[in-house]
Design a protein. Structure first.
Length: 296
Protein backbone atom coordinates (compact mmCIF):
# COMPACT_ATOMS: atom_id res chain seq x y z
CA UNK A 1 0.00 0.00 0.00
CA UNK A 2 1.25 3.44 -0.95
CA UNK A 3 0.99 6.38 1.44
CA UNK A 4 1.32 8.91 -1.36
CA UNK A 5 -1.39 10.15 -3.80
CA UNK A 6 -1.20 8.79 -7.39
CA UNK A 7 0.22 10.92 -10.19
CA UNK A 8 -1.94 13.82 -11.50
CA UNK A 9 -4.65 13.23 -8.84
CA UNK A 10 -5.04 15.94 -6.18
CA UNK A 11 -5.76 14.82 -2.62
CA UNK A 12 -9.37 14.95 -1.44
CA UNK A 13 -10.52 16.97 1.53
CA UNK A 14 -9.73 15.21 4.78
CA UNK A 15 -7.14 12.86 3.30
CA UNK A 16 -6.08 10.95 0.19
CA UNK A 17 -8.30 8.74 -2.04
CA UNK A 18 -8.42 4.98 -1.27
CA UNK A 19 -5.77 2.78 -2.83
CA UNK A 20 -6.43 -0.87 -3.71
CA UNK A 21 -9.57 -0.87 -1.60
CA UNK A 22 -7.83 0.23 1.61
CA UNK A 23 -8.71 3.56 3.24
CA UNK A 24 -5.99 6.12 3.48
CA UNK A 25 -5.13 7.88 6.77
CA UNK A 26 -7.22 10.92 7.61
CA UNK A 27 -5.59 14.18 8.67
CA UNK A 28 -7.36 16.73 10.84
CA UNK A 29 -5.68 20.12 11.30
CA UNK A 30 -4.80 20.88 14.93
CA UNK A 31 -6.78 23.71 16.54
CA UNK A 32 -4.99 26.98 17.17
CA UNK A 33 -4.73 27.76 20.89
CA UNK A 34 -4.07 31.30 21.99
CA UNK A 35 -1.86 31.43 25.07
CA UNK A 36 -2.17 34.46 27.32
CA UNK A 37 0.80 35.77 29.25
CA UNK A 38 0.59 34.45 32.80
CA UNK A 39 0.61 37.07 35.55
CA UNK A 40 3.43 37.28 38.07
CA UNK A 41 2.59 34.80 40.81
CA UNK A 42 4.72 34.21 43.87
CA UNK A 43 6.04 30.68 43.59
CA UNK A 44 5.74 28.33 46.54
CA UNK A 45 9.48 27.80 46.19
CA UNK A 46 10.13 31.44 47.15
CA UNK A 47 9.52 30.76 50.82
CA UNK A 48 11.19 32.20 53.89
CA UNK A 49 11.46 35.88 52.92
CA UNK A 50 8.71 37.02 55.32
CA UNK A 51 10.09 34.96 58.17
CA UNK A 52 13.60 36.31 57.50
CA UNK A 53 12.33 39.90 57.64
CA UNK A 54 10.44 39.24 60.89
CA UNK A 55 13.49 37.60 62.45
CA UNK A 56 15.66 40.63 61.60
CA UNK A 57 13.08 42.96 63.18
CA UNK A 58 12.98 40.78 66.30
CA UNK A 59 16.79 40.78 66.47
CA UNK A 60 16.94 44.58 66.29
CA UNK A 61 14.40 44.83 69.09
CA UNK A 62 16.44 42.46 71.25
CA UNK A 63 19.59 44.50 70.65
CA UNK A 64 17.82 47.69 71.67
CA UNK A 65 16.80 46.01 74.92
CA UNK A 66 20.04 44.19 75.79
CA UNK A 67 22.77 46.62 74.70
CA UNK A 68 21.96 49.42 77.19
CA UNK A 69 21.93 46.89 80.05
CA UNK A 70 25.29 45.38 79.09
CA UNK A 71 26.92 48.74 78.44
CA UNK A 72 25.62 50.16 81.71
CA UNK A 73 26.89 47.15 83.64
CA UNK A 74 30.35 47.46 82.09
CA UNK A 75 30.57 51.17 82.83
CA UNK A 76 29.52 50.47 86.42
CA UNK A 77 32.08 47.67 86.77
CA UNK A 78 29.35 45.09 87.40
CA UNK A 79 30.85 42.03 85.67
CA UNK A 80 28.19 39.46 86.76
CA UNK A 81 25.35 41.58 85.38
CA UNK A 82 27.21 42.10 82.08
CA UNK A 83 27.78 38.34 81.79
CA UNK A 84 24.18 37.38 82.56
CA UNK A 85 22.74 40.02 80.24
CA UNK A 86 25.03 38.91 77.42
CA UNK A 87 24.17 35.24 77.92
CA UNK A 88 20.45 35.98 78.01
CA UNK A 89 20.70 38.12 74.91
CA UNK A 90 22.90 35.62 73.08
CA UNK A 91 21.26 32.29 73.88
CA UNK A 92 17.86 33.15 75.30
CA UNK A 93 17.21 35.88 72.77
CA UNK A 94 19.22 35.89 69.57
CA UNK A 95 19.88 32.20 68.96
CA UNK A 96 16.41 31.18 70.15
CA UNK A 97 14.73 33.65 67.77
CA UNK A 98 16.87 32.50 64.86
CA UNK A 99 16.23 28.82 65.43
CA UNK A 100 12.51 29.41 65.97
CA UNK A 101 12.02 31.16 62.64
CA UNK A 102 14.21 28.64 60.82
CA UNK A 103 12.41 25.60 62.24
CA UNK A 104 9.03 27.11 61.42
CA UNK A 105 10.03 28.02 57.85
CA UNK A 106 11.64 24.67 57.12
CA UNK A 107 8.82 22.58 58.59
CA UNK A 108 5.79 24.46 57.27
CA UNK A 109 7.11 25.96 54.02
CA UNK A 110 10.32 24.19 53.08
CA UNK A 111 11.28 20.56 52.58
CA UNK A 112 11.63 19.80 56.31
CA UNK A 113 15.32 19.18 55.77
CA UNK A 114 18.09 21.54 56.84
CA UNK A 115 20.59 20.16 54.31
CA UNK A 116 18.15 20.85 51.46
CA UNK A 117 16.57 24.02 52.87
CA UNK A 118 19.66 25.77 54.29
CA UNK A 119 22.66 23.93 52.83
CA UNK A 120 23.65 22.45 56.20
CA UNK A 121 26.18 19.98 54.72
CA UNK A 122 29.77 19.03 55.44
CA UNK A 123 32.58 17.26 53.64
CA UNK A 124 35.77 16.06 55.28
CA UNK A 125 37.94 18.52 53.36
CA UNK A 126 35.85 21.50 54.46
CA UNK A 127 38.30 21.77 57.37
CA UNK A 128 41.12 22.70 55.01
CA UNK A 129 38.90 25.00 52.93
CA UNK A 130 37.84 26.68 56.17
CA UNK A 131 41.44 27.33 57.16
CA UNK A 132 41.99 29.13 53.88
CA UNK A 133 38.76 31.12 54.25
CA UNK A 134 39.76 32.16 57.76
CA UNK A 135 43.05 33.55 56.47
CA UNK A 136 41.24 35.34 53.63
CA UNK A 137 38.78 37.01 56.01
CA UNK A 138 41.57 38.12 58.35
CA UNK A 139 43.58 39.49 55.44
CA UNK A 140 40.52 41.35 54.15
CA UNK A 141 39.96 42.98 57.52
CA UNK A 142 43.61 44.01 57.80
CA UNK A 143 43.46 45.60 54.35
CA UNK A 144 40.34 47.55 55.32
CA UNK A 145 41.92 48.69 58.59
CA UNK A 146 45.04 49.83 56.73
CA UNK A 147 42.96 51.70 54.18
CA UNK A 148 40.86 53.38 56.84
CA UNK A 149 43.95 54.40 58.77
CA UNK A 150 45.32 56.14 55.68
CA UNK A 151 42.05 57.96 55.02
CA UNK A 152 41.64 59.06 58.62
CA UNK A 153 45.34 59.77 59.35
CA UNK A 154 45.25 57.30 62.23
CA UNK A 155 47.13 54.15 63.02
CA UNK A 156 45.57 50.72 62.74
CA UNK A 157 45.96 50.31 66.49
CA UNK A 158 43.93 53.46 67.11
CA UNK A 159 41.09 52.21 64.90
CA UNK A 160 40.98 48.75 66.43
CA UNK A 161 41.14 50.17 69.94
CA UNK A 162 37.83 51.95 69.34
CA UNK A 163 36.10 48.56 69.48
CA UNK A 164 36.78 47.26 73.00
CA UNK A 165 35.52 43.85 74.01
CA UNK A 166 33.92 42.94 77.30
CA UNK A 167 37.10 41.08 78.19
CA UNK A 168 39.23 44.20 77.79
CA UNK A 169 36.68 46.48 79.43
CA UNK A 170 36.53 44.40 82.60
CA UNK A 171 40.22 43.84 83.23
CA UNK A 172 41.83 42.87 85.54
CA UNK A 173 39.08 41.02 87.44
CA UNK A 174 38.31 38.37 84.80
CA UNK A 175 37.95 34.74 85.97
CA UNK A 176 39.34 31.93 83.85
CA UNK A 177 35.91 30.46 83.09
CA UNK A 178 34.83 33.79 81.66
CA UNK A 179 37.72 33.72 79.20
CA UNK A 180 36.81 30.16 78.20
CA UNK A 181 33.13 31.05 77.76
CA UNK A 182 33.52 34.29 75.81
CA UNK A 183 36.86 33.47 74.21
CA UNK A 184 36.32 29.90 73.03
CA UNK A 185 32.82 28.47 73.49
CA UNK A 186 30.79 31.38 72.14
CA UNK A 187 32.97 32.74 69.31
CA UNK A 188 34.69 29.55 68.12
CA UNK A 189 32.03 26.88 68.67
CA UNK A 190 28.57 28.46 68.93
CA UNK A 191 28.84 31.52 66.66
CA UNK A 192 30.01 29.69 63.50
CA UNK A 193 27.18 27.15 63.79
CA UNK A 194 24.28 29.51 64.54
CA UNK A 195 25.42 32.48 62.48
CA UNK A 196 26.22 30.57 59.30
CA UNK A 197 22.90 28.76 59.51
CA UNK A 198 21.00 31.99 60.03
CA UNK A 199 22.79 34.58 57.86
CA UNK A 200 24.02 32.42 54.99
CA UNK A 201 21.56 29.53 55.12
CA UNK A 202 18.33 31.29 56.09
CA UNK A 203 18.52 35.00 55.18
CA UNK A 204 20.68 34.71 52.07
CA UNK A 205 18.91 31.54 50.92
CA UNK A 206 15.45 33.10 51.25
CA UNK A 207 16.58 36.15 49.26
CA UNK A 208 17.98 34.00 46.46
CA UNK A 209 14.69 32.09 46.24
CA UNK A 210 12.80 35.39 46.25
CA UNK A 211 14.75 36.86 43.32
CA UNK A 212 14.39 33.64 41.32
CA UNK A 213 10.67 34.46 41.00
CA UNK A 214 11.46 37.06 38.37
CA UNK A 215 13.04 34.66 35.86
CA UNK A 216 10.01 34.79 33.50
CA UNK A 217 9.29 38.51 33.94
CA UNK A 218 11.18 40.45 31.21
CA UNK A 219 11.25 43.79 33.04
CA UNK A 220 12.54 42.22 36.25
CA UNK A 221 14.96 39.63 34.91
CA UNK A 222 17.89 41.82 35.99
CA UNK A 223 16.92 41.08 39.61
CA UNK A 224 17.24 37.37 38.99
CA UNK A 225 20.53 37.93 37.17
CA UNK A 226 22.10 39.64 40.18
CA UNK A 227 20.34 37.59 42.85
CA UNK A 228 23.56 36.21 44.35
CA UNK A 229 25.17 39.64 44.61
CA UNK A 230 22.06 41.18 46.19
CA UNK A 231 21.60 38.33 48.66
CA UNK A 232 25.28 38.19 49.66
CA UNK A 233 25.49 41.97 50.12
CA UNK A 234 22.30 42.32 52.14
CA UNK A 235 23.04 39.38 54.43
CA UNK A 236 26.55 40.76 55.00
CA UNK A 237 25.23 44.21 55.94
CA UNK A 238 22.82 42.68 58.46
CA UNK A 239 25.62 40.44 59.71
CA UNK A 240 27.84 43.46 60.34
CA UNK A 241 25.17 45.59 62.00
CA UNK A 242 24.11 42.79 64.35
CA UNK A 243 27.70 42.36 65.55
CA UNK A 244 27.79 45.80 67.11
CA UNK A 245 26.67 43.98 70.26
CA UNK A 246 29.98 42.10 70.46
CA UNK A 247 31.83 45.32 71.19
CA UNK A 248 29.12 46.94 73.31
CA UNK A 249 29.75 50.29 71.64
CA UNK A 250 26.67 51.56 69.85
CA UNK A 251 28.49 54.34 68.00
CA UNK A 252 31.31 52.19 66.62
CA UNK A 253 31.28 52.55 62.84
CA UNK A 254 34.22 50.21 62.19
CA UNK A 255 32.46 47.12 63.56
CA UNK A 256 29.85 46.64 60.80
CA UNK A 257 32.45 47.31 58.11
CA UNK A 258 34.97 44.76 59.34
CA UNK A 259 32.42 42.12 60.27
CA UNK A 260 30.42 42.75 57.11
CA UNK A 261 33.50 42.12 54.97
CA UNK A 262 33.94 38.77 56.70
CA UNK A 263 30.29 37.95 56.09
CA UNK A 264 30.63 38.82 52.40
CA UNK A 265 33.52 36.37 51.96
CA UNK A 266 31.64 33.62 53.81
CA UNK A 267 28.50 34.34 51.78
CA UNK A 268 30.30 33.75 48.50
CA UNK A 269 31.85 30.60 49.95
CA UNK A 270 28.34 29.28 50.62
CA UNK A 271 27.27 30.20 47.08
CA UNK A 272 30.29 28.66 45.37
CA UNK A 273 30.41 25.43 47.42
CA UNK A 274 26.60 25.15 47.76
CA UNK A 275 26.87 24.19 51.43
CA UNK A 276 27.67 25.77 54.77
CA UNK A 277 30.51 23.46 55.82
CA UNK A 278 33.41 25.57 54.46
CA UNK A 279 31.89 28.78 55.81
CA UNK A 280 31.40 27.34 59.28
CA UNK A 281 35.00 26.14 59.42
CA UNK A 282 36.23 29.46 58.03
CA UNK A 283 34.16 31.36 60.58
CA UNK A 284 35.57 29.25 63.41
CA UNK A 285 39.13 29.76 62.13
CA UNK A 286 38.64 33.52 61.90
CA UNK A 287 37.26 33.80 65.44
CA UNK A 288 39.94 31.48 66.84
CA UNK A 289 42.73 33.69 65.47
CA UNK A 290 41.07 36.78 66.93
CA UNK A 291 40.65 35.07 70.31
CA UNK A 292 44.31 34.01 70.39
CA UNK A 293 45.41 37.50 69.43
CA UNK A 294 43.21 39.06 72.13
CA UNK A 295 44.42 36.77 74.91
CA UNK A 296 48.13 37.06 74.11
Amino acid sequence: MSWYPPQNQPPQQGGYPPQNGYPQPQFTPAPIIKVKEAPLVVSKKAWGIKEAALSIAAEILLLLLILPVVEGAINAGNLPLAIYATLIGQFGGMYAVWMGFMIYSSYFKGQKSWPRDFGFKFKWYDIFIGLGLGLITLTTQNIIIAGMSILNSATATDLVSTTPTVLAATQPAVPYWYSILFGIILPVLCAPFFEELYFRGFIMGSMIRFFKRFTDTPKLQWMNKFKYLFAATFSSVVFGMIHIQDYHTQGDWMTPILTGSTGFVLAWAAILFKRLGPGMMGHATHNAFITINTMM
